[in-house]
Design a protein around this ligand. Sequence first.
Ligand code: KG4
Ligand code: ZN
Length: 331
Amino acid sequence: MALVETRDQAAPRLLAHALHSQIAMHQAYGGVVPELASRDHIRRVLPLTAQVMREAGHVLADIDVVAYTRGPGLAGALLVGAGVACALGAALGKPVLGVHHLEGHLLSPFLSADPPEFPFVALLVSGGHTQLMRVDGVGQYQLLGETIDDAAGEAFDKSAKLMGLGYPGGPALAKLAEQGDPAAFKLPRPLLHSGDLDFSFAGLKTAVLTQSQRLRQVSDEEFEARKADLAASTQAAIVDVLVKKSLAALETTGLKRLVVAGGVGANKALRAQLNAACANPRRRGGVVRVHYPELHLCTDNGAMIALAAAMRLQSGQQRALPAASFEVKPR
Ligand code: KG4
Ligand code: ZN
């Protein structure tokens, strides 16, 4: 939940932001339980709204437009957001605007202290998506490549699960990887030399499963002793592909800016390797500026949705409409 202010053509400003994480609730089940997620959305949405208004020093009547995530995402959770947004809009007599979840991620670095300038290449890496885009302005997005099977976040999560690291897998695997040797296991880097900008991570998960089984066959102690190495090698395989394909996208487009967004954008190894590669003056294409969202705005949040709505309205490409019927797009 967030409140964003726009004045004329000045960059939108984040006035207040609140987030209730459902991680602890889902942890007991080893993953997201959709029904619990929707119920918790219902429980939290109004208190969070009140908290944000209080922190910003505003009242509901000050709101000009209400934005919500239209999709993709879990249908039940999306319906709670859309329903409450439209109810607020109707009650206040203010228009509403549905926002694409990924556009929120894509534009989230504009809330950082060092915002990017258009045009740029964007690497979008979340639990459900892995995409490279050419971004020329708000709403001007060209898909350059994407995953043909699992997303990068999914590769982190599924590998973590195979290694018994629990939920959420990505951060847990990244933490364990800090103590391991990334070169210990030879894991596949599918499509690395495919010549296009597509990704594939399903094979990696199978390789991690095979390696885990081999270690466990030796003994449980062997598995425990080598787990950090396996985590580090898995992370290295994912990061390697993401970095190489991002560099290829920069070369193909000739652009000098890279934006990284989505949950996996919080990964330290990914950031370190992208920063090193992009700062290298000897790289073909020269030095590239890399922009990230602030760390706490990498994973799903309301600030990026309010921001995307504000930027869309500012660009004049879209109008908010009176709150009447609404639909969500889970896929
Ligand atoms: O963008 P996001 O919050 O939700 C989706 O839209 O999917 O991304 C969540 C994904 C999960 O797969 C999670 O494991 C991954 O981002 N993630 C990470 C890290 N933090 C979150 N993966 C690797 N390293 C991290 N530090
Ligand atoms: Zn997301």
